[in-house]
Design a protein around this ligand. Structure first.
Ligand SMILES: Cc1ncc(COP(=O)(O)O)c(C=O)c1O
Length: 392
């Protein structure tokens, strides 16, 4: 076996690869597993979007390599969506880049701004790709702890001045995975101001902007004056249009930063398959009713799961957005122990908060992307379960 790179040795197992393996093992042994694990919408992609893919797949030009920066119509559809949704003007030729899912763009963005020895300001707990991309680029993550007492927002004043001077990138993600916290426009504005003062690239991941409850609708960082000076915002069609399986996202913002990401991508991938771009254009510019329908479904599930967790005696905040419930574990348990006991004793899968970083310890994350009847089954199991004593 040839030797492998050091960076591979630094990688923790990707949380959902391990969880999928355990679920498969349990199911093979005959268990009726209910999963509140990965955030992967169970609701099908809207039919008009699928129809467009079927037509697009018959068109021979779509059988060939796409351009890295996508079809001009695709970039225009993204700019149109931003205008409709946020009243933000974007130049589709310079300020917009289609991605093979937000994850791809987030991972590759590290190569645009970070050299070995540089510093990235990375929240914790967080979607793991910000820190992994940083490590792949040979740079260091400076952890910005997120605490409940601060509304799961970073305390920018706590970042030492010498770290701020070295930092090249700040990652933020609101509505947040895994905590489901939201940020106000003022919160995003102070982060942007901080980044402008310190000449830091502000990278905002807004993958959950379209899942808001009780009338909450997230804003965009691009609505803030000066955002285009240092900022990129990442979006995804995955959760908004139930399209995790098709792989489509976008980055928008500062034209030089978009160009940098384009250059990295042009050397590593060949863009989004054109038939997928066509279906994505349909999603972004066609009827938007699936968004409200999704929210209705998730809101019912959110309320059902909150009821079950409250009946278990857990003290859970009501999320205003995202696909997740972030619940503190009972005293005496670690996140991983509690998740393991749920799986062992009642065949329920949740994600330990510690998979999202050291400051996720003490919590579990439950995803609402499981069909209603399975949510009901899972909730009944949770409610009738007597929480065991922690193992010594
Ligand atoms: C915060 C966050 N950003 C990005 C993504 C990835 O989105 P995509 O499916 O577009 O790659 C996820 C997926 O779970 C996520 O939670």
């Amino acid at each position: 076996m040839p030797s492998l790179s050091q960076r591979l040795g630094k990688l923790a197992p990707y949380p959902f690869v391990e969880i999928s393996r355990i679920i498969a093992e349990k199911r093979a042994a005959g268990a009726d597993v209910v999963t509140f694990g990965i955030g992967d919408p169970d609701i099908p992609t809207p039919q008009p979007v699928i129809d467009r893919l079927l037509t697009a797949s018959q068109d021979p030009p779509n059988h060939r390599y796409p351009e890295t920066d996508g079809l001009p119509e695709m970039r225009r559809a993204i700019a149109h969506w931003y205008k409709q949704r946020f009243d933000v003007d974007l130049n589709p030729d310079t300020e917009v880049l289609p991605l093979i899912g937000a994850k791809e763009g987030i991972g590759h963005a590290a190569f645009c701004f970070l050299d070995p020895g540089d510093v990235a300001l990375v929240p914790d707990p967080a979607y793991p790709v910000y820190a992994v991309g940083t490590m792949f680029a040979g740079a260091e993550s400076y952890v910005m702890p997120l605490h409940q007492r601060n509304g799961w927002l970073p305390d920018l004043d706590a970042i030492p001045e010498d770290v701020a001077r070295q930092a090249k990138v700040m990652w933020l993600n609101y509505p947040n995975n895994p905590t489901s916290a939201v940020a106000s426009q003022e919160d995003l504005e102070s982060a942007l101001r901080y980044c402008r003062e310190h000449d830091i690239a502000m990278l905002h991941d807004a993958a959950y902007s379209e899942v808001g409850y009780d009338g909450y609708r997230a804003g965009s960082m691009m609505q803030i004056d000066g955002a285009k000076e240092v900022g990129l915002e990442f979006h995804s069609l995955s959760k908004t249009y139930n399209m995790t399986g098709w792989r489509m996202g976008m980055a928008v913002g500062n034209a030089d930063m978009i160009k940098a990401l384009f250059q990295i991508k042009a050397n590593l991938d060949s863009g989004v398959p054109q038939a997928i771009q066509e279906m994505s254009m349909e999603a972004l510019t066609g009827p938007q009713d699936c968004i409200e329908d999704n929210i209705g479904t998730y809101q019912w599930r959110r309320d059902r799961v909150l009821r079950a967790l409250t009946r278990m005696g857990l003290n859970v905040e009501t999320p205003r957005a995202s696909l997740y419930i972030w619940a503190p574990v009972p005293e005496g348990f670690t996140s991983a122990d509690f998740a393991a006991r749920l799986l062992e004793e009642i065949d329920i899968v949740v994600t330990p908060g510690s998979s999202y970083g050291q400051y996720g310890e003490g919590y579990i994350r439950l995803s609402l992307t499981t069909p209603d009847e399975r949510v009901e089954t899972g909730c009944q199991r949770l409610e009738s379960w007597t929480i065991p004593a922690p193992r010594a």
